[in-house]
Design a protein around this ligand. Structure first.
Ligand SMILES: [Zn+2]
Ligand SMILES: [Zn+2]
Length: 229
């Protein structure tokens, strides 16, 4: 935990988190089985960019949090928000998904609720309830923030390589290519894995100490090269 915090400190030193830094932090946390939240929450402010969103009819809006107030400080219920939404031709939706939600209206824009975390993951714009109501009332563009996703790190089950992407995977790209998963009549998974891993497993021959490939039916601790078999 302390180690990861130091790495995050180093990445934040110049007040910028580059994609490379974010990628590395995410992978280190995953490889060391450290809580990824350390990376995502501490870099959040540096991954935010602000922008303007036009509230076009048909825009799908999700709400999160209770205790919303408008820009004059008057309390607004969730129902009032949804009515304002529908009246303006927008569509309230119940969850933040990659393809079926265009805006998250949050009582607390720094919230880390499940909906907010999904918005961060998918880059869904986020606005405060007050700004949302004001933009609707005055037919203005809405000020929003978008969060650049930290991605999800995966560790390859075959070669131990790590990478980040929008979703978790089990096998890295090069291992997938090597085993030919893309071919039309793929072998059953177990056979495929054995066939893919064995040819590239390197050993040191216990007889002559020369590097060699692991042959079939050999174990790592008692492996011999072709000459010494
Ligand atoms: Zn791999
Ligand atoms: Zn040998």
């Amino acid at each position: 935990r302390g180690f990861l915090d130091e790495l995050v400190d180093a990445a934040l030193e110049d007040s910028v988190v580059t994609d490379d830094e974010l990628d590395r932090l995410t992978r280190v946390a995953t490889l060391l089985e450290l809580p990824i939240q350390t990376v995502t929450s501490r870099t959040l402010a540096y991954r935010m960019t602000s922008g303007l969103l036009t509230l076009e009819s048909g825009l799908r809006v999700c709400f999160t949090g209770d205790g919303a107030v408008d820009l004059n400080g008057r309390p607004v219920t969730r129902e009032e928000l949804e009515i304002a939404c529908v009246t303006a031709g927008l569509e309230p939706v119940g969850s933040v998904t990659m393809k079926k939600c265009d805006l998250l209206v949050a009582v607390d824009p720094a919230s880390l609720s499940g909906k907010a975390q999904n918005a961060h993951r998918y880059g869904t714009p986020i606005a405060t309830a007050g700004a949302f109501l004001d933009a609707l009332r005055h037919h203005r563009e809405l000020s929003v923030v978008s969060v650049r996703s930290a991605g999800v790190a995966s560790v390859c089950e075959r070669c131990g390589d790590s990478w980040t992407a929008s979703r978790r995977g089990r096998i890295c790209k090069s291992c997938r290519t090597r085993s030919g998963t893309g071919r039309r009549h793929a072998a059953p998974r177990d056979t495929e894995q054995t066939a893919a891993v064995d040819p590239v497993q390197l050993i040191t021959c216990v007889e002559c100490s020369r590097p060699s490939e692991l042959l079939q039916d050999q174990t790592l601790s008692d492996a011999r090269c072709v000459n010494c078999c």
